[in-house]
Every structure is written in C-alpha cells, then in structure tokens.
Design a protein around this ligand. Structure first.
Ligand SMILES: [Mg+2]
Length: 231
C-alpha cells in the first residue's frame, strides 16, 4: 500500500507508541498488590482494583490521578471500610513514583520522527490527564518534531471527529499511528480514516480489542517500518 504524499498530517499516539507507559502501571499494580497482601490474595486485589478503575474512568478520565482514586477505593473496600494511614500513604507513594518517572523513549522513534519531519505535519494525539500528558510531552525530548500535542478526553469516534474538525480535515484524511487497537485504530478506520498499528507487548486490559478487518489498516512490527509506507 502506498501512502506517500496522501496525508498532510500524521497523528501519533504517545503512551506505548513513542514512550514506555503500561509497564510502569503494571509495576505500580504489583506494588499495590504487595501493600494489600495482608488483606486478600493477589487476584483479589487485582480484581477489586480493576473494578474500581472502570468505575472511575468515566467520571475522572484517564491518568495516574484516576488510578490513585481507584486504588484508594479498592483499598477502602478491602480493608473493611476504614483506610489505615500506612495504606493511604503507601498508595500515594506508588502514584507519585508512577507520575514522575523518567520517560523511556521506544527504540526507533527518534530516527523515524527525524525522517518524517518536514515532509508531514506531525501531531501527538494522546488521551488522558491534560497536565500529566503535556508534562510527558514537554519532557520527552521529542516535542520539537511535532507541531503540537492534542490531549483528548477519550479516543472514541466522537473525539476523533472533533480532532478532524479542529484541523479542517475530512475523516478520510486522518492517518493515525499507535499501539491501541481500541483507541488508535478501530475508531479512526471506522470513520473512513487510515491507521498503522505499531504493537507493544504490554497491553492494558481496558484497551484490549480484536483487530478489525479493514483495508485501511497497516500492521507493522516496529515504528521504523512505517517509513517504507510514508517516504
Ligand atoms: Mg498507546
């Protein structure tokens, strides 16, 4: 498939596409399980955390602050309705470490952006907490490759239509590159746009979805491979 010159803008997901993310959430989850080890089994903690996360995402959106609320809610229930001080501060420490770790840029990202810069207008399209995502973008060392960073409330079809309208694009003029089938691939192609899937070995349960059948989806093994379609 030849996509050369077909697009003015290229949208890139950030978490687990440009830099590592999910592995830090997994590490935080493991610490939380350890913190609650006296109260129930690892599976019990994991299951409760998952349920409370799903309750809180529609209210508070994505990001580590919502994760803190989910952990606090889960701990409160697992501790029988009273939250011991050491558990509360344990959670806060887990979340602080999660929110302020140094970013690890995924291999091949810099060279790929370098090669595309100047030929296309590059835009980051990430979902989550505004200050948190902008903070990561600014400290990533990648911001000079991009025109700007869009922090989306979610990445469903409605949000993607808003992004298209904002950039004066018809949906079929969108090319999105990312690791999440549910957020980066499925809604974009369903609107008539194009997507390149750059897989990541760690996928959040919340983002799991089967790859749709669609001719406008390209699957690559790593981000460098996108250049063969775009240059
Ligand atoms: Mg992602």
């Amino acid at each position: 498939m030849d996509l050369k010159g077909k697009f003015r803008y290229i949208f890139f997901d950030a978490d687990d596409t440009l830099w590592e993310n999910e592995q830090y959430f997994r590490a935080a989850e493991a610490k939380f399980i350890e913190l609650l080890a006296d109260y129930t089994t690892p599976e019990g903690v994991q299951d409760m955390l998952w349920r409370k996360q799903e309750d809180n995402i529609p209210l508070f959106g994505y990001g580590s602050k919502t994760y803190m609320i989910g952990m606090t809610d889960a701990a409160l229930e697992l501790c029988g309705g009273t939250l011991p001080e050491h558990i509360y501060y344990g959670i806060k420490k887990i979340i602080t470490d999660l929110a302020f770790h140094e970013l690890e840029i995924i291999e091949g990202v810099k060279e790929t952006l370098e090669a595309l810069q100047g030929r296309y207008e590059l835009i980051v399209a990430t979902k989550g907490d505004l200050p948190e995502q902008m903070g990561k973008f600014r400290s990533s060392g990648l911001s000079h490759y991009f025109h700007h960073c869009e922090v989306m409330e979610n990445k469903d079809e409605k949000n993607w239509l808003e992004v298209a309208a904002k950039h004066n694009l018809r949906p079929e003029e969108i090319l999105m590159i990312g690791n999440s089938v549910k957020s980066d691939i499925a809604p974009v192609v369903s609107l008539g746009g194009w997507a390149i899937h750059t897989p990541h070995e760690v996928v959040w349960v919340h983002e799991m979805m089967d790859m749709p059948q669609n001719d406008r989806i390209i699957e690559v093994k790593n981000i460098r491979e996108i250049l063969s379609y775009l240059l």
